[in-house]
Design a protein around this ligand. Structure first.
Ligand SMILES: C[S@@+](CC[C@H](N)C(=O)[O-])C[C@H]1O[C@@H](n2cnc3c(N)ncnc32)[C@H](O)[C@@H]1O
Length: 196
């Protein structure tokens, strides 16, 4: 684990009580907001693109929009039915039917990627349709250097983290035990001192 983002135990224990009470779109949005504020990362939401991977009916995106009114938002889901109703329910947000392992987004175009219960899918019922290594590579491709990925999953363990670390992300400890992955700022940071 890196050191830049790690919260003190004291911080985390206080926040755990608040966030663990209810796992829902509002509590996830609050975790994200507090994390960005704590680590001076709110610039990522100022005009930056926030994408919810496997957005379902857009509940999380709608909540994020309340918290980050200056950001741009996109939801991607492979199920056309939910994309249609999300677009009707939230006309102010852009939704796209597609595969989150192959988003078709330009490289380095996303400031923040989020997901809720996607990794649970990858390890369970959706293991045939969601490959974590392919997904991790795609997240790394589309994020801007310094951009961050927040998977909100209750069962995120070392096995889940491995493909993200292998694709070049650095992992940090977020609030309420949710991990945070950051794309490296530049190539130099990824090189060993003797390679520079
Ligand atoms: C738990 S739901 C997400 C809920 C959503 N974040 C919200 O705010 O309501 C997971 C979603 O991931 C989508 N999904 C799973 N695998 C996917 C894939 N490979 N590409 C796109 N969407 C996928 C499912 O269709 C489902 O709608």
């Amino acid at each position: 684990m890196g050191s830049g983002f790690v919260f003190s135990c004291e911080d985390r224990n206080v926040k755990m009580d608040i966030y663990m009470a209810e796992h829902n779109a509002e509590s996830f949005a609050e975790v994200l907001k507090d994390f960005l504020e704590k680590h001076d990362l709110t610039h990522l939401t100022e005009g930056g693109l926030i994408v919810d991977m496997g957005c379902g009916e857009g509940t999380f995106l709608a909540k994020l929009r309340e918290y980050f009114p200056q950001a741009r938002f996109l939801g991607i889901d492979s199920y056309g039915g939910v994309i249609e109703s999300a677009a009707k329910e939230h006309p102010e947000i852009t939704f796209q039917r597609g595969n989150i392992m192959d988003t078709k987004l330009p490289p380095s175009s996303v400031s923040i990627a989020t997901s809720t219960a996607i990794i649970d899918y990858a390890n369970g019922t959706m293991s045939r349709t969601l490959s974590l290594p392919d997904y991790a590579n795609e997240m790394h491709r589309i994020l801007i250097p310094g951009g961050t990925y927040y998977p909100f999953d209750l069962k995120f363990d070392e096995k889940c983290a491995k493909p993200f670390l292998e694709s070049g992300f650095k992992q940090y400890e977020g609030l309420a035990n949710y991990p945070v992955f950051q794309k490296q700022q530049n190539l130099e940071e990824r090189m060993e001192p003797n390679e520079r």
